[in-house]
Write a protein that binds this ligand. Structure first.
Ligand SMILES: CC(=O)N[C@@H]1[C@@H](OP(=O)(O)OP(=O)(O)OC[C@H]2O[C@@H](n3ccc(=O)[nH]c3=O)[C@H](O)[C@@H]2O)O[C@H](CO)[C@@H](O)[C@@H]1O
Length: 395
């Protein structure tokens, strides 16, 4: 789709992202593109506001363009039209030789549409993931598929994702099997975190610093949940599983960075906000964590319970087994590699499976030892090399 026609070193390669996971996964590419000599500029679409700033500071990224969204309601159509209008103005001003987008968010799809209308070629990072279920996740599954119809470069994390694109008629020459930049970000992020901790910098928030002191040799489980399909009963049932696990396993510690969306936070705090002290003292409910703090939790956990996509990849990168709180995943490779399992949101099923794994260290170790199917931490460099060959590098 829309091959590059006017590579011009004076025109930037734009990275256009708006949510926490996109920023995390495109940050390695920002450095890799510059190392390859490409002129790159970062566009923040404004889809996520508060979570974004600390990420830019941690990764040392100063967006060249920032969109401010004046949302009048919570409709997806309203968000998409606002983004389309405002990103079009940014792209007209920036005159990019290419626009790079990530994954499956509304920012992804709107950025691709805006670039397409301006005849600017599009690179799609984390291309080809499919559940083949338009409602799970909604709207992400179709955002990603629709973006594939407009993209010229398709950067797939796994052979399975590449096969999905070929089955949809994408030319093989436009599909690049490069791994997932989540691995680059996680490995690089842990190195950066370690250096900051060695320097005695206050990089962990008080909640996590306290947990770090309190943990000792006790098993820690990190929980996150935010998906639309889990709002209401799903997240309620996960919270109930956490309460039962804390009661059944007196050594167990749990940290749950609670997503800011009231549809999530109200349910979680309703179920877990009033536990008896012996359980509450081993549960850390905290606001969404900065990325380095989340990495610390993942790295020191025996298990992660999550419906997040990125945490599935990060768990594999950091050798932390993941129980996926969904009925389906666009990351079947995690399951096939033995690094994770689908457990859904049923309370009894979560309690039983976590209990089995805690009782069988050898089973947990087998999951830790699984080969990470999402790449080796050099994905951003591979993507930059493909683009360097097709675009104009700075003189
Ligand atoms: C269907 C699907 O899977 N779609 C995914 C979705 O992303 P997601 O499911 O990974 O979304 P979240 O879970 O919100 O973000 C996760 C990131 O946030 C960090 N994190 C988490 C909690 C916290 O307290 N502090 C943090 O720092 C964490 O380490 C991780 O890196 O859209 C992305 C963009 O298109 C896609 O890539 C991706 O396919």
């Amino acid at each position: 789709m829309l091959a590059p026609t006017r590579p011009d070193a004076a025109r930037p390669v734009l990275i256009s992202v708006g949510t926490r996971p996109e920023i995390i996964k495109m940050a390695p590419l920002y450095d890799a593109l510059r190392a390859a000599g490409l002129p790159v500029a970062w566009v923040h679409t404004g889809q996520h506001g508060d979570m974004a700033e600390t990420l830019y500071e941690f990764f040392g990224i100063a967006p060249a363009y920032r969109v401010t969204l004046e949302r009048r309601n919570g409709r997806l159509a309203h968000l998409n039209s606002l983004l389309l209008e405002q990103l079009t103005e940014v792209f007209e001003s920036a005159q990019p030789q290419a626009v790079l987008v990530h994954g499956d968010t509304t920012s992804t799809w709107a950025s691709a549409q805006a670039a397409f209308y301006l005849d600017v070629p599009i690179g799609h990072v984390e291309a080809g993931l499919r559940t083949f279920n338009a409602r799970e996740p909604f709207p992400e599954e179709k955002n990603r598929e629709l973006t594939a119809r407009l993209a010229h470069w398709h950067f797939s994390p796994t052979p399975g994702a590449a096969a999905n694109l070929r089955a949809e008629g994408i030319a093989t020459a436009q599909i690049h099997m490069v791994g997932n930049t989540a691995v680059d970000a996680a490995l690089g992020g842990c190195d950066r975190l370690g250096a900051l901790l060695d320097q005695g910098r206050p990089v962990l928030p008080p909640d996590i610093d306290g947990l770090r002191t309190q943990l000792g040799g006790r098993p820690l489980v990190t929980v996150t949940a935010h998906r639309r399909e889990n709002w209401g009963d799903g997240i309620r049932d996960v919270a109930r599983a956490v309460a039962q696990l804390l009661a059944q396993h007196p050594e167990l510690m749990v940290v749950w960075p609670v997503h800011g969306n009231p549809a999530v936070a109200d349910t979680v705090r309703g179920e877990l906000g009033q536990l008896p002290p012996p359980l509450a003292s081993r549960l850390t409910l905290c606001p969404p964590l900065d990325y380095p703090a989340l990495l610390w939790c993942l790295r020191h956990s025996v298990l992660a319970l999550t419906d997040s996509g990125g945490i599935q990849e990060e768990g594999a990168a950091l050798s932390t087994p993941v129980l996926v709180l969904r009925n389906t995943t666009e990351r079947p490779e995690l399951i096939e590699a033995g690094a994770g399992e689908l457990v859904g949101t049923d309370t009894a099923r979560i309690v039983a499976r976590v209990g089995q794994l805690l009782a069988k260290p050898a089973a947990l170790q087998r999951m830790r030892d699984a080969v990470n199917p999402f790449g080796d931490g050099r994905t951003a460099a591979r993507i930059a090399e493909v683009l360097r060959q097709d675009l104009a590098v700075a003189a």
